[in-house]
Design a protein around this ligand. Structure first.
Ligand code: ZN
Ligand code: ZN
Length: 411
């Protein structure tokens, strides 16, 4: 791969994604297959003034062996030293970079109950640190680079080398890296455009949004009175701008927890807990998922939704035009970071506190009173956008405003 472009990508992640500050600690979660890029990130971070860079190495093979062969009670608790470490790092506002790259089916065949039990344990034992992360105490940024097992799943007909090259091209195009070296500027402009549109959505103060399409989706989503649409960059508690996902094409908020009704069909397969789930259909009554169906991987989906009470409810609503760069590439990535930015999506599980006015400063009980789903260990995005998706908003005073017609924004 073109070394100049790789270095620019590393710099973009450190300077725009995290916006690392002098004296700040940085955590990099990195697959061993991406070691070379992990080293580049480390250099870019120190060059930008990081105090200390901690790299947590991960490996699909080791991970799979763990899930298949570790003692069964291992999945009922989180190691106390891991809890302490992540809490201390969150409290000091350390930046967190995660490289999301793994074989989409790495955990195929693992007992779904092990996966569920460990998520319950994470939800219980890591509650404090995950709450700090969700409320932007520390800047975080999720990015991807290709690894072979993933590239071959996306491009099965290409040779190993060609599949890797093609996935690099798709990723570089999605994150606006060209050989011209102007990615930082391109990102500022992109974030501004997204923020302009989210400001427009905020002016409407929608009470409900009704989704329909030919897949069979017919879903009415209530919105909290004080909801906020967000896009592009976030701001950490220390007042530093960061970009949590690269790429990002979405404008998102949180639905009113108990006012979602109807049927919702997913439009793309979902990579969930190291498995592929496809053909998802969920039925909602007063916000709660009351019927779960998937053509493939239903047991995995069911275990995720049944992790805790909050995971039975939606926590995110996100709008992405059908006619948008990643969607137009026509590539199915089997990686949520890319697939969710190619499609309107929802997430079941916990909402981001900042989706209601002043939410980052509110305790959980207050967030629940504001109507958002503020208590779950889960946050799982799944894609629902189609070329014929219609979304009609209803305002407080009963006006009906088309928001999406034929898959695209009309406001
Ligand atoms: Zn999203
Ligand atoms: Zn999400």
């Amino acid at each position: 791969m073109n070394e100049k472009m790789l270095k620019e990508y590393a710099r973009l992640i450190v300077e725009v994604g995290i916006n690392v500050q002098k004296g700040q600690r940085l955590v990099v979660n990195c697959p061993v297959d991406c070691a070379e890029f992990g080293r580049m990130l480390t250099t870019a971070a120190y060059d930008a003034g990081a105090r200390d860079v901690i790299v947590n190495w991960r490996d699909d093979y080791v991970n799979r062996e763990h899930w298949l062969k570790a003692d069964d009670d291992v999945f009922d608790t989180v190691n106390p030293w891991d809890v302490q470490k992540s809490l201390a790092l969150a409290k000091e506002g350390a930046g967190h970079i995660s490289i999301a790259a793994s074989n989409p089916e790495n955990l195929r065949g693992v007992d779904p109950d092990r996966l569920r039990r460990f998520d319950v344990a994470v939800g219980r034992d890591m509650k404090e640190s995950s709450r700090l992360m969700m409320a932007n105490y520390c800047p975080w940024c999720v990015v991807s680079i290709p690894i072979l097992s993933w590239a071959k799943k996306v491009f099965p007909d290409l040779s190993d080398e060609a599949a890797m090259d093609r996935l690099w091209q798709e990723i570089f195009s999605a994150v606006r890296i060209t050989e011209d070296g102007d990615a930082v500027e391109a990102w500022r402009e992109h974030c501004n455009n997204l923020e302009t549109r989210s400001a427009k959505l905020n002016e409407y103060r929608f009470k409900t949004l009704r989704y329909t399409n030919s897949l069979g989706t017919d879903l009415t989503v209530g919105m909290p009175e004080e909801h906020v649409w967000m896009a592009g960059g976030d701001t950490s508690r220390a007042g530093i701008k960061f970009v949590a996902n690269m790429p990002t094409e979405e404008i998102f908020s949180a639905p009113k927890k108990d006012e979602v009704n109807g049927v919702l069909y997913a439009s793309k397969p979902l990579n969930l807990r190291g498995n592929i789930v496809d053909g998802i259909r969920l039925t909602f009554e007063k916000g709660r998922i009351v019927d779960i169906h998937a053509d493939q991987g239903e047991d995995i989906l069911r275990a995720a939704i049944e992790t805790d009470e909050g995971s039975h409810y939606l926590g995110e609503i996100a709008l992405v035009p059908y006619d948008s760069p990643i969607s137009n590439s026509g590539v199915l990535f089997f990686n949520t970071l890319f697939d969710e930015n190619a499609s309107c999506h929802f997430a079941f599980g916990e909402a981001y506190p900042s989706c209601v006015k002043g939410g980052d400063d509110l305790p959980m009980e207050e967030l629940l009173k504001r109507g958002i789903n503020a208590d779950s260990s889960q946050h799982v995005d799944f894609m629902v956008g189609t070329a014929d998706l219609s979304i009609i908003g209803t305002t407080e005073d009963g006006r009906e405003i088309p928001v999406f017609v034929d898959g695209n924004f009309v406001i």
